[in-house]
Design a binder for this molecule. Structure first.
Ligand code: MN
Length: 312
């Protein structure tokens, strides 16, 4: 399937690479790595992302400034990176084929070609293996993008089922010019002040349930306004609650502009993707989520806690 996918890309007229809305380092790094190798191969490529404000901690990635929030008039192939379902692409129906490159256990296999490896900790690993299987040479730019993708989805090598393959790929990327210290500094040490203030709010307002094994935080619009935080600032801060010694699952409810809630589930080991699927969401065993229309957040939170009790 790696060879079939690469051939299809080489045969396309105009390829649109799609990273998911509210992007992380994995989706951006994976798409930008492909952007690099495909433009090197002389292909016409557009990297499309529907999010208006991209997270600036990834602005050092080669090709970041070329990401567009409008689609080209004509294209015949969409390559989706790190998206488990079609709606995360936010791309209208049309006359094109789809290559679905992903690693989510809940992937819906929506592509004409599906390159989904759910045992990998990142889409970046899938892209690396695809390039390797097709003997595509890896530039320094490509190495930086793939290293960032793999590092970001493991919390910089803290979580996820990392194994020897993860580290052998990472070693190759370092050999091709990715600098681990530099990338870590760029991604992890340029936090906006508003995000740190939001952490302060979270640490003062979170709740514990079930003898302190489940931690929950509700962010309503007022909390964001009070701290000056943007939606991007909520990304990954829930991991701080998961890191508490007795906590096995941490849950974040974030009120959306339009009134609904985005729910993030993080566990140390329990398979929270099962709960996300109950609400039509998706993700991984220890990191999953879903979106839900307007509701009473406390009622929703208690319902989720009940569901987690049942699978724990
Ligand atoms: Mn990913």
């Amino acid at each position: 399937m790696y060879k079939q996918a690469w051939q299809k890309m080489l045969n396309a007229e105009h390829i649109v690479l799609v990273s998911h809305v509210h992007p992380d380092g994995d989706t951006l790094g994976s798409a930008l790595a492909l952007y690099d190798v495909l433009t090197q191969a002389g292909k016409k490529v557009t990297h499309y992302n529907k999010t208006l404000e991209l997270p600036l901690s990834y602005d050092f990635l080669p090709g970041f400034v070329k990401i567009k929030d409008v689609l080209p008039k004509k294209f015949d192939l969409v390559v989706s990176l790190d998206c488990s379902s079609l709606n995360r692409l936010q791309i209208p129906n049309g006359e094109y084929e789809i290559i679905n490159i992903d690693h989510h256990i809940t992937n819906r296999y929506f592509g004409n070609i599906n390159v989904v490896v759910d045992s990998f900790t990142s889409a970046g690993m899938v892209v690396y293996e695809l390039l390797k299987a097709n003997n595509v040479s890896i530039s320094k730019a490509c190495a930086i993008c793939l290293y960032t993708a793999i590092a970001d989805d493991t919390g910089f090598f803290v979580y996820g089922d990392m194994d020897e393959l993860t580290f052998s790929i990472v070693a190759q990327l370092v050999k091709h010019g990715a600098n681990p210290k530099e990338i870590a500094s760029k991604v992890k040490r340029r936090e906006p002040l508003s995000k740190i203030r939001l952490c302060g709010y979270m640490l003062n307002h979170f709740d514990l349930h079930e003898n302190g094994t489940i931690a929950t935080i509700i962010f309503n619009k007022e909390a964001l306004v009070a701290t000056g935080a943007k939606r991007n600032d909520t990304k990954n801060i829930i991991n701080m609650l998961r890191s508490i010694a007795n906590v096995t699952v941490a849950i974040m409810l974030l009120e959306e502009e339009e009134g609904g809630y985005k729910v993030s589930l993080r566990s140390k080991d329990i398979n929270v993707s099962k709960v996300a699927l109950d609400y039509d969401g998706g993700g991984h065993k220890t990191a999953a989520g879903f979106e839900i229309p307007a509701c009473d957040p406390r009622v929703l939170r208690d319902e989720i806690v009940e569901k987690i009790k049942r699978i724990a």
